[in-house]
Design a protein around this ligand. Structure first.
Ligand SMILES: *Cc1c(COP(=O)(O)O)cnc(C)c1O
Length: 168
């Protein structure tokens, strides 16, 4: 799952995440939680990282710089394993192997990470404010077009648009 969502622009409630975990638990499924847009939402309910909810479901959380730091193309990201019962033992080994055999982010950006992680909260707050403003413009302006209905974006960088009538 991807939350907040590309391409839906949604930000799941805690209850919705609990329901997803419930389905996964009943079916013995692990979850890959791509949270690259973590905290990039403007809903009343906060962004909830999936791993924060108590559960036995093994969760593989994906994060990175591309979106929150507005540097798509840098290709710097991370994987965090939330592995309650050792279900990811082989996965952990596999990921370790991959990091040894493939060349991914460049060394300069990796070296800058300690400083990048000290980015003040005001930067993220500013980005979210700007995104919300832009989302509102998209919703209002695109919503004026006959036949288009824009779903109110809650987060991330996307807006879903539906066709509500025939355009003869
Ligand atoms: C942009 C994006 C990423 C991160 O991509 P990078 O390779 O770091 O640029 C991950 N997941 C989703 C859903 C994205 O939209």
């Amino acid at each position: 799952m991807n939350n907040p969502s590309n391409p839906c622009g949604s930000n799941f409630t805690r209850k919705h995440l609990e329901d997803i975990l419930d389905v996964a638990a009943r079916n013995y499924l692990p979850i890959i939680a791509d949270e690259i847009y973590a905290g990039m939402n403007w809903t009343e309910h906060p962004f909830t990282p999936l791993y924060e909810i108590p559960s036995k479901v093994p969760i593989l959380t994906i994060g990175g710089l591309a979106k929150r730091w507005l540097v798509p193309g840098w290709r710097v990201g991370w994987v965090v394993l939330h592995d309650r019962d050792g279900a990811f033992k082989e996965v952990r080994r596999g990921i370790g192997n991959l990091t040894q055999t493939q060349l991914h982010p460049n060394t300069l950006f990796q070296a800058a990470l300690p400083k990048i992680f000290k980015t003040p909260q005001s930067f993220f707050d500013g980005v979210v404010k700007e995104l919300q403003k832009n989302a509102q413009v998209v919703k209002e302006e695109l919503g004026k077009a006959p036949g288009l209905k824009v779903v109110e974006p809650q987060g991330a960088l996307y807006a879903m648009v539906s066709l509500v009538q025939k355009l003869n």
